[in-house]
Ligand binder design. Structure first.
Ligand code: HEC
Ligand code: HEC
Length: 304
């Protein structure tokens, strides 16, 4: 009798012990997480804002290092009131559409390049960023003064290496996909390039020259490229030859200005989702050449 009870109770007891252990562990976990949520953020928030700025804003803006694609943000909080700036950061296009004269002026100064909507922004985050810009502006030298690039003259060897990197003949150190899987440049080769991204023949001129383009390529701020190149960033010694190649291609193309305008910033959500999906396919096929992604790109285009 006793034995059979033991048999019945044994496993049940063990089960109960296991259950309490699990519960105790999850309680400890929850307490740990709560503590982290309460204690760290104040210290970590500044760091997090700086990281966010570096990833999402720094490719177009310095603080005290001069204009890139967008204006130098040093003392921007003295140029415009806080409410305006927050609204602009959250939706630049809306401010321009509303006919706001200051928005129009900075758009002209940016030679018509509209600041794209930035991922992961909220009113709070915009305020945190502006606080940080204010603090950084007061410093003698901001940590966001700009990435330093070599400005030595380009050589034919740079152009050649840039071409090889663009087409994928030379692999990127951090394993990023070759630009040609999504982009074309006039005079590239018989194959042409991908049609997903824009024609980059005159990109240097469009983005504002060597320095802004180099900075832009450190963390490409577009919905399609950012998720890819965040994980596989380009190195400075790869950016230089790429820019050399673009400037060379622009010179070769001369004044023929049939390049598509900057409409890419306005690409809709549908296009973006399609492209992200397609990227999977491109990635898988990238060692098999560019013909297939090129065709796929063409088809998707007509169906959009
Ligand atoms: C792809 C480039 C790009 C990125 C990325 C970008 N901006 Fe801009 N930004 C611009 C351009 C260009 C302008 C000039 C206005 C216009 O043409 O839309 C601008 C204007 C501004 C202005 C107004 C400047 C002034 O002089 O009054 C602020 C503030 C600003 N950006 C903040 C940000 C913040 C914060 C981020 C990151 C969350 C960011 N920008 C990301 C391109 C960019
Ligand atoms: C996965 C596809 C993809 C790859 C790979 C890719 N791009 Fe892009 N790129 C795009 C798309 C799409 C755009 C247009 C903006 C958008 O919607 O994201 C773009 C925009 C750009 C722009 C801005 C164009 C302009 O006119 O202002 C530059 C510069 C650029 N890419 C350079 C490069 C370089 C250099 C490489 C290779 C290191 C590369 N891209 C690789 C998809 C790609």
């Amino acid at each position: 009798m006793n034995r059979s009870r033991d048999i019945q109770h044994g496993p049940y007891d063990r089960g109960a012990t296991r259950l309490t252990t699990v519960r105790r562990r999850s309680v400890r976990l929850i307490v740990g997480v709560l503590a982290a949520i309460c204690v760290f953020p104040l210290a970590a928030q500044g760091q997090e804002t700086a990281e966010y700025f570096k990833l999402h804003c720094y490719s177009c803006h310095t603080i005290g290092g001069g204009r890139l694609v967008g204006p130098d943000l040093k003392d921007v909080t003295a140029r415009k009131d806080r409410d305006w700036l927050v609204r602009f950061i959250l939706n630049p296009q809306a401010m321009i559409d509303r006919g706001d004269p200051y928005a129009k002026q900075i758009l002209e100064e940016a030679r018509g390049v509209v600041m794209p909507p930035v991922a992961g922004l909220s009113r709070d985050r915009a305020n945190q960023i502006l606080d940080m810009i204010e603090a950084e502006s007061a410093l003698e030298k901001s940590q966001f003064e700009g990435v330093k690039f070599s400005d030595r003259p380009f050589t034919p060897a740079d152009v050649e290496l840039g071409h090889a990197l663009f087409t994928g003949r030379t692999k990127f150190k951090n394993a990023g996909p070759p630009c040609m899987s999504c982009h074309t440049v006039r005079g590239l080769s018989l194959l042409g390039g991908g049609r997903l991204g824009v024609d980059l023949t005159k990109v240097s001129e469009r983005i504002g020259g060597r320095k802004p383009l180099s900075a832009w390529l450190v963390s490409p701020a577009t919905v399609t490229m950012q998720p890819v190149f965040k994980k596989h960033p380009l190195e400075a010694e790869e950016i230089l030859p790429l820019v050399a190649y673009f400037e060379h291609a622009a010179k070769q193309a001369g004044d023929d200005d049939s390049v598509a305008p900057l409409t890419f910033f306005l690409l809709g959500l549908a296009g973006m989702v399609l492209m992200l999906g397609l990227f999977d396919v491109l990635w898988k096929n990238r060692f098999r050449g560019v013909r297939r992604p090129l065709v796929a790109g063409g088809e998707m285009r007509t169906s959009v």
